[in-house]
Design a protein. Structure first.
Length: 136
């Protein structure tokens, strides 16, 4: 029951415009976190953490769990950790390959409503160059 209530509370917060909390991994540009904040979300980049881009994946995952953040990463290691240990609890895996930062920011912004809606019920979402896959 507690998990159901928390999910309902998070949906209500998003509906009220409080946004979603993200942590952006080192392979992605700091501008992505800035863009997410501009769009009304709470986002930090690994560069903003005490160990900057030397922050380990496990530290990022712990931060995500502690602060109820969605990890955004291109790193396959996060996928493996999610599948094996469900850590982090929520993951947005970016599978665009090499893409210009401006194109990445446009892609995320264009898909952000669908991404945030997907995380209402899902825990693992994959953003590709032309698709959004919600994993069960």
């Amino acid at each position: 029951m507690f998990g159901v209530r928390r999910a309902a509370e998070r949906r209500e917060e998003r509906r009220k415009g409080r946004g979603v909390k993200f942590v952006v991994d080192a392979q992605l540009p700091r501008r992505l976190a800035t863009s997410l904040r501009t769009l009304g979300h709470d986002a930090v980049h690994s560069l903003d953490l005490p160990n900057a881009n030397r922050t380990s994946d496990s530290e990022i995952a712990r931060l995500a769990v502690t602060d109820d953040r969605i990890v955004i990463s291109k790193d396959r290691d996060f996928v493996d950790s999610f599948v094996l240990r469900r850590c982090p609890k929520k993951l947005l895996w970016v599978t665009t390959g090499n893409i210009h930062n401006d194109a990445l920011l446009k892609l995320v912004a264009a898909n952000l409503p669908a991404i945030t809606a997907a995380f209402t019920d899902a825990s693992f979402v994959e953003l590709g160059p032309s698709s959004l896959v919600i994993h069960e």
